[in-house]
Design a protein around this ligand. Structure first.
Ligand code: GDP
Ligand code: IMO
Ligand code: MG
Length: 429
């Protein structure tokens, strides 16, 4: 398999981790390149379930390397929790899990700041995961962040924490009217305890990826969140604080674009969103409730119910355009098993005028009306299907129609269940 980037084509939770786990078998190195512990990536192998927030989803294969790249905002506590869980369950990460020394750290005060910003009385509420993502990326952009490599010089680290702490305290208390309950001393004590464990994973991951690629190893880049949560191309301000499109793999892993052979968009066969912001095909009704129940649509990070709606081809076309997708992976087709009729949004209308492209600014989204076509369901269990020919004709027609609506990008695979083996390969890379 060539080097490929896997990204979410909607608002996250498309089933990226399941697909990445599946594709890891024919890769050598799996690299997370953006986001942080806001991600909730579920991998289920032989009924054993892991939800990764920090560790790349390829870690289940004992002979593969995994990297947390420079573009990730690194949550050390969460990382160690996952390492411990993996080790307890018999998955050794020794010598094959690496963290970039350039990655910025998410510290406890970032989470407090995120939560204070979300609970303030005035202003826009994003509905964040509360994992400190926005404040950590804000520090990075302001050049006041603390990076993983800073743990190497403890005295300098202490001074940086002290400076950042008093600044965050002021913001939380004077700007947001909240209280910062933690003190710097216990934070420092905690990080002093874990620093050597963390440093054991730290390396120049950009160089590692470059050498791996030169040696003919296959790289798999694992995106988090989804295209419509991209800080530039998503439904700003209701977005996350990183670029989530394929281009971010280059900056977030420190590799050049010519090293990439394919960009795969993970596409749920209906649509979900967690948090606030526009969602044109949302079904805030019994149909949405049914999708949520059939799809088990509750956030893997926060447990929040996901908002559910019909497949929206307009947003997936945006993903094809912004990431140059060369394959689509369609997921959760089995969730639609019991539906007698399934709707797909083909385009929008504004004041009766046809709109095929996702509006580039949120102000233009207010008046869009989704236009649907109806397809007949298959009303059969798909979870045992393993080839495209096993699918009932109506399921095949549904897949074909989604592809047509998305610039006919070839389908890499169709997923019919959460387990690794519940995967139908269509057009491999
Ligand atoms: P990610 O953030 O894109 O990796 O996705 P999440 O792990 O947050 O959410 C996807 C959920 O759907 C998880 O609970 C997966 O186990 C589950 N899942 C993935 N693919 C399929 C599928 O094809 N069918 C079903 N029924 N569940 C799936
Ligand atoms: P994965 O990788 C779905 C959403 C939050 C909120 C917005 C900003 O599992 O697909 P943040 O905490 O990032 O500042 O929140 O982004 N969000 C996600 N939604 N899946 C995710 O990750 C998400 N990560 C963030 O709900 O609306
Ligand atoms: Mg998720």
């Amino acid at each position: 398999m060539a080097n490929l980037i896997v990204i979410g084509a909607q608002w996250g939770d498309e089933g990226k981790a399941k697909t990445i786990d599946y594709l890891t078998e024919r890769s050598d190195v799996v690299i997370r390149f953006q986001g942080g512990a806001n991600a909730g990536h579920t991998v289920i192998v032989d009924s054993q379930k892991f939800v990764f927030h920090m560790v790349p989803s390829g870690i289940m294969y004992p002979d593969k390397s995994c990297i947390i790249g420079n573009g990730v905002v690194f949550d050390a506590e969460q990382f160690l929790r996952e390492v411990d869980e993996l080790t307890e369950k018999g998955f050794s990460v020794e010598g094959r899990l690496f963290v970039s020394d350039q990655a910025h750290m998410v510290l406890p005060y970032h989470k407090a700041l995120d939560q204070a910003a979300e609970s303030r009385k005035s202003g826009v509420t994003i509905g964040t995961t509360g994992r400190g993502i926005g404040p950590a990326y804000a520090d990075k952009a302001a050049r006041t962040g603390i990076r993983v490599g800073d743990l190497r010089d403890w005295d300098a680290f202490e001074a940086k924490i002290a400076a950042a702490y008093s600044q965050k305290k002021d913001t939380i208390e004077k700007v947001y009217g909240g209280t910062l309950k933690m003190e710097p001393a216990p934070i420092l004590e905690q990080y002093k305890t874990i620093k050597d464990r963390i440093l054991a994973f730290v390396t120049d991951t950009s160089h590692f990826a470059f050498e791996a690629s030169r040696a003919g190893k296959r790289l798999l880049f694992e995106g988090a969140q989804g295209t419509l949560l991209d800080i530039d191309h998503g439904t700003y301000p209701f977005v996350t604080s990183s670029n989530t499109i394929a281009g971010a793999a280059c900056t977030g892993a420190g590799i050049g674009p010519c090293a990439i052979d394919h960009a795969v968009g993970i596409v749920k066969t209906y649509t979900t969103r967690v948090g606030n912001g526009p969602f044109p095909t949302e079904q805030d009704n019994a149909m949405g409730e049914r999708l949520r129940k059939e799809g088990g649509e509750f956030g893997a990070t926060t447990g929040r119910p996901r908002r559910c709606g019909w497949f929206d081809s307009v947003i997936v076309r945006k993903a094809v355009q912004t990431s140059g997708l060369t394959r689509l992976a369609l997921t959760k087709l089995d969730v639609l098993n019991t539906f007698e009729e399934i709707k797909v949004c083909t385009h929008y209308e504004i004041d009766g005028k046809r709109i095929d492209q996702f509006p580039s600014h949120i102000s233009l989204l207010e008046k869009v009306v989704p236009v649907y076509e109806s397809l007949p369901g298959w009303e059969r269990d798909l979870s045992g299907c393993r080839t495209i020919d096993d699918l009932p004709e109506n399921a095949r027609k549904y897949v074909r129609r989604l592809q047509e609506l998305c610039y006919n990008v070839p389908i890499l695979l169709v997923s019919v269940g959460p387990e690794r083996r519940q995967t139908i390969e269509v057009d491999p890379v």
